[in-house]
Design a binder for this molecule. Structure first.
Ligand code: BES
Ligand code: MN
Ligand code: ZN
Length: 503
């Protein structure tokens, strides 16, 4: 049995039509006429209602299409919901995730509480995992800030997945468990991203990480400003200068799932709890969305949670430099020159290019762990809007091996990534006339020049960078991603690290 606060997932062996429930869900392939025994039976018992919707073209099994029937009187369920998963040939795991997300929103609206999924004998562990993830994520809502207790109350749902026999049930249970853990981690990431900056300050983010570490089984150490000064993290401190109220923190998380002495994989997440742009102030339009500029850190923290709860056999370190980016009398100014932890000097051209500054010090600090690889994830550049938009995340890096692994994780999770080049021209663009580097190379190739800047701070380890600006925020709503923070990156990193081989 896998459970969320408001959703409990079971597996059962039996005949779906005999089980008591509000809604019985049956997955249908596109183009398969109602030929299988289940649909034939349903058709017979509903006096041909099923053939009717197929004949009229109302429903054919296209992914994310549904058809709802009143169940026959002698069936256990009240309603039967047919849910399309697309063409049978080459059907992908993600089709099940999408279909389950669609079903989830459907049954949430109808207030159904007992739901059973009949998935034929074709359900395997992977599809069950996708089903649970999609169902959990499709109807996820941020309710923390609603005041009406009626609105806040989440609909309690029990979801039973009908398995063909005990043997397949065993496998499906594993997928259900994995889906529940990963679904919870993605929800947690969305919640962290959704919090406004007056609640989620750097200090609070560190407290959240500590509480999650305690709950899920990873250790958390937090450096305060005095300790950050001792570490000579001049770039992180420069960004924090404008914050008179909220001081920076540096969060260090450690999960020891691998053998003792195994070099860890280090994850680095950008934790800017609010990005005003600083003295290079951003325009007011949509500035409120910059409360989400800590989403890289939310992804890293939530990935740590999932890895620990899954018991993945790998040592993983999560690093989160966290600060606001504020304008004030004390703030960093354009033209200022600061010295990063690795000793390189940076001429500040634009105080709004703050993410790369705080990541620079974290990438250098990663050396302390003698990492086998480092992956950073950040809402780093607005320029991603013009390359991949909301559809996928640019990845860049010096290590083909790490990039390949991220690509494999992307393929398995349907969180899309695409490589941009790290050409020498971009490194050239980030050189300063009077310091070592500039923090902004201007508009041309904004995503790649930001990565070229980061590359100046990595150690002698394989490294890749994921820019999640824009994929972090779903603009319209997708089958399992409601409008708002998407949690993009958690499933990708959990998958990538679950299959990690020593480098
Ligand atoms: N946090 C922003 C990037 C961002 C913009 C994320 C829009 C999501 C939506 C980042 O700190 C930033 O401001 N980057 C600047 C860099 C520029 C000044 C070189 C940008 O992309 O405009
Ligand atoms: Mn910025
Ligand atoms: Zn930013």
């Amino acid at each position: 049995m896998a459970s969320f606060k408001s959703k409990i997932f079971h597996t059962v062996v039996g005949s779906a039509r005999d089980i008591d429930a509000d809604t019985l869900v049956f997955f249908c392939y596109d183009g398969d006429a109602p030929s299988g025994s289940f649909l034939k039976e349903l058709d017979k018992d509903t006096d041909g209602a099923v053939s009717e919707v197929y004949k009229s073209g109302e429903f054919s099994g296209k992914v994310n299409s549904t058809a709802l029937f009143r169940a026959p009187a002698d069936w256990g369920a009240g309603n039967v919901l047919l849910a399309g998963v697309g063409k049978r040939a080459g059907v992908k795991q993600d089709n099940f995730r999408q279909a389950a997300g669609t079903v989830s929103r459907h049954v949430s609206l109808s207030k159904a509480q007992e739901i059973i999924f009949d998935c034929h004998s074709e359900l395997d562990a992977n599809r069950a995992q996708a089903l649970v993830e999609g169902f959990r994520l499709g109807s996820w809502k941020m309710l923390d800030y609603k005041s009406d207790p009626e609105v806040k109350k989440e609909n309690q749902q029990t979801i039973s997945i009908v398995c063909a026999n005990r043997k397949s049930e065993k496998k499906i249970e594993k997928g259900v468990e994995r889906g529940a853990i990963i679904g919870a981690a993605v929800s947690q990431c969305r919640r962290l991203s959704f919090h406004p900056s007056n609640y989620l300050t750097p200090e609070k983010l560190a407290e959240e990480a500590k509480a999650l570490g305690k709950r899920d089984g990873f250790s958390v150490k937090v450096l305060n400003v005095a300790q950050i000064e001792k570490e000579r993290m001049g770039a992180l401190l420069a960004v924090n200068k404008g914050s008179s109220e909220n001081q920076a923190r540096f969060i260090i998380m450690q999960y020891d799932g691998g053998r003792k002495g195994q070099k860890p994989v280090v994850l680095v997440g950008k934790g800017v709890t609010f990005d005003t742009g600083g003295i290079s102030l951003k325009p007011g339009m949509n500035m409120h969305e910059m409360k989400g500029d800590m989403t890289g850190s939310a992804v890293v923290i939530s990935t740590m949670s999932a890895l620990a709860r899954l018991g993945v056999k790998l040592n993983v370190v999560g690093l989160v430099p966290t600060t606001e980016n504020m304008p004030s009398g004390d703030a960093l100014k354009p033209g200022d020159i600061v010295t990063a932890r690795n000793g390189k000097t940076i001429e500040i051209i634009n105080t709004d290019a703050e993410g790369r500054l705080i990541l620079a010090d974290a990438l250098d600090y990663a050396n302390e762990f003698n990492p086998q690889a480092v992956i950073d994830i950040a809402t780093l550049t607005g320029a991603t809007l013009f390359s991949l938009g909301y559809a996928g995340a640019p990845i860049l890096g010096a290590s083909k091996q790490v990039l390949d692994r991220i690509r494999a994780g992307s393929k398995a999770t349907a969180e899309k990534v695409w490589e941009l080049p790290l050409w020498p021209e971009f490194t050239e663009q980030m050189k300063s006339a009077i310091a070592d580097l500039v923090n902004s190379g201007g508009r041309p190739a904004g995503t790649a020049t930001a990565a070229a800047f980061l590359q100046e701070f990595i150690g002698d380890y394989p490294w890749a960078h994921i820019d999640i600006a824009y994929v972090d925020l779903e603009p319209k709503g997708q089958p399992y991603i409601p409008r708002g923070p998407s949690g993009f990156g958690v499933r990708l990193l959990v998958e990538t690290l679950s299959n990690w081989k020593q480098m």
